[in-house]
Ligand binder design. Structure first.
Ligand SMILES: [Mg+2]
Length: 298
């Protein structure tokens, strides 16, 4: 199955037949939002190797790939470099939108306050990280067995995640969202989530539980779509994810796609009209998702 899909991308005749994916008709554009952990990246090894031919095809067809992850800016920059990706990206579950300065979007037309550094225009949607840390400490005082990234040394994160030490250090440089582990029963988890809500924060779930403010991947995706609409009259939007933290992102696009989890199942908590369930775990499913997009024009 997987070999066939990669074969499809190797076959230039196939790719040439696909007018849908050409992205060349004036004012038309396909854009793809993708989650990283467990989706484009293997849940355990963080490899995106199976997706390399499909990534190459997207570049050739000039289809923007917009990373939308719970990872930090530093971590995403690390993968953007590996992927040779120069498009805007969304960090920490929708906490921040980073728009490269050379991308010529009219960011100032948006109704948001814009920050700027030497590389990006930045829209901050997330909570302040110190406030999230304080909430985690308060939850610990309340008796919940929670442990956030901020409680861990980088070495502990390495043993927990398979990240390299360098990646773990980047994962700890957080601005808008705190991932944490909860050691407790299902009943206790319900109490924990209620307590987070009563403190005025939200939670979501990817590879970890996350406490965050009023931001989510969907709000950030809507803003990025607005930016692309400045340039293209007809936009087809696609998103690929694997976990509940992807639901808001999947809800905002024309074509929501999920890949299988490491146990070979699709997350049963994700359910919406038009949902496409790609066959294949993580990056193998990602390849299949791109293949089905190419074969089935909207
Ligand atoms: Mg994920």
């Amino acid at each position: 199955m997987i070999t066939t899909d990669i074969g499809i991308f190797m076959n230039s005749n196939f790719a040439n037949k696909i007018s849908f994916a050409d992205n060349k008709r004036e004012n038309e554009k396909i854009i793809i939002f993708t989650d990283l952990d467990g989706t484009l990246l293997d849940a355990k090894t963080y490899s995106f190797e199976p997706a390399i031919p499909a990534l190459k095809l997207l570049r050739e067809k000039d289809i923007p790939l917009i990373i939308c992850s719970s990872k930090t800016r530093k971590e995403i920059e690390y993968y953007r470099e590996k992927l040779d990706n120069h498009h805007p990206f969304i960090s920490e579950n929708g906490g921040g939108i980073y728009i490269p300065k050379d991308s010529r979007f009219k960011v100032q037309e948006l109704r948001f306050e814009i920050d700027e550094d030497d590389r990006y225009q930045i829209i901050r949607l997330g909570a302040r990280y110190p406030d999230l840390r304080k909430a985690i400490i308060d939850l610990q005082k309340e008796g919940f067995a929670v442990r956030g990234f901020g409680d861990m040394k980088a070495e502990e994160l390495v043993s927990l995640t398979n990240l390299t030490l360098q990646e773990a250090i980047m994962a700890k440089e957080r601005d808008f969202d705190e991932p944490f582990i909860f050691y407790g029963s299902k009943d206790n988890k319900k109490r924990l989530l209620d307590s987070i809500a009563s403190r005025g924060f939200n939670y979501t779930e990817g590879s970890f539980l996350h406490i965050l403010g009023n931001s989510d991947k969907g709000k950030a995706v809507s803003i990025v779509i607005e930016l692309y609409k400045q340039k293209y009259k007809r936009l087809t939007t696609i998103a690929i994810g694997d976990s509940p933290n992807d639901i808001p992102m999947l809800q905002k696009v024309d074509r929501p796609i999920i890949v299988q989890k490491p146990d070979g199942r699709h997350d049963h908590r994700i359910d919406m009209p038009n949902l496409i369930k790609a066959e294949g775990i993580g990056p193998d499913g990602w390849v299949q998702a791109i293949g089905s997009m190419m074969q089935n024009p909207i």
